[in-house]
Ligand binder design. Sequence first.
Ligand code: 5AD
Ligand code: SF4
Length: 470
Amino acid sequence: MNTNLNDKSDEFLMEPDRQLHFINTCKQLIFDKKAGLGRNLTYCVVTFGCQMNSHDSEKLKGILDEIGYEETENEDADLIIYNTCTIRENANLKLYGHLGHLKNLKQKNPEMIVCLCGCMMQEPHVIETIKSKYRFVDIVFGTHNLYKFAELVYTFLSTGKPVIEILEKNDLIVEALPKKRKYSFKSGINIMFGCNNFCTYCIVPYVRGREKSRKPEEIIAEAEALARVGVKEIMLLGQNVNSYDGGISFPELLRRVCKVDGIKRIRFMTSHPKDLSDELIEVMASEAKVCKHLHLPVQSGSTEILTKMNRRYTKESYLELVDKIKKAMPDISLTTDIIVGFPGETEKDFEDTLDIVKKVGYDQAYTFIYSKRTGTPAAAMDNQVPDEVIKERFPRLLKAVNENNHIDRYKGQVKEVLVEEINVQDNSLMTGRTEESLTVHFKGDADLIGQFVNVRLDECKGFYFMGTRI
Ligand code: 5AD
Ligand code: SF4
């Protein structure tokens, strides 16, 4: 096959055409490489962190499929990508652990291309560590230039030299590139990127940059295209969807997405309590397609700690908001994120957190031990809470979450369940989710995957249900 590595036509192309050009060029290079080796080439994408990262990984997989690699779950692949997270310290440590193991794999397979991307790569000290200690890494990129993956692969293949490209910011949004969705019937859609809130513990604003919103027309076009290929449930993704500003507000965007034929369920993630408007509550309550589930991170129940966290709401205003939401949607399922051990958290502050858990009755709470992130204001605060105190508080919080969830209120109800997969532990069971995002296992066949079925929730097992299809 004729591959012109000096092809300069890319210089004149705008995105996304430029990347489509590089995808085609890589396709030819990979075709030749496979012919030379007399075998297929495989890739493995390992994803850490949140739904934004999972969605980004679908983009990377889409590009790799297109250029001729085959996916494998095995880390012993010809191309491996670690899509990293840096929200807590242990996420960073995990990556270094994996990299140690990879070095051996790469010695066995010299064709192996090792790529690192994601939030952790936006931290300069991480890049320095990779350059000095992990020299076998071939391609490194960050959160602002993920769409350039094909171009970076091309540069690596054509020069054989490591490629490290990290941008501090990028106003461009490039979305119309191939994607490989994990599920055929549900999908995420990015509506905005970055965060402007600067909660004092959080590294996200530093690694994902300032907020930028996609245009509503593009979001709607993506939802319509997904509906045409059979997607029934979509999740609108952003660090703080309530501050979406694409010329229209988030509630208005939701209204428009509801009009897309074929889309039956709409979810969104994440909502900052300080920006949750009455209009959003009204749209959620009145639009049947919007799932009655709200993830509303509280982080702490103490007004003093919330102030130090720069959350810009108080215990009382959060509880008022919850009341308003429950009044408008009595069946709503609320979930949350909570941090234990933020600097200066006293026993009294922690009791306020237990109290808010009791008053709200979350169906699920994701609980985190505070992790000091270098460069954030909280890392420099006095009164870091000792480990022994955190160890004593954490199980008390878990107990409060378990004792105060009202998930068994759904027992006996018949719910519409979108069937997602065969149960991993028991093949005779199918696993799906209700609109509240409750997990339900019930007897059924694999041909139900991707369909809505009615299931009676018979037995509550903590955070999931066993049910019967009716
Ligand atoms: N330490 C512990 N948890 C954190 N989170 C964000 N930053 C930190 C940190 N430094 C949690 C918050 C956020 C969730 C995604 O991660 O609860 O809502
Ligand atoms: Fe981090 Fe706060 Fe932004 Fe969420 S809203 S990403 S917790 S800074």
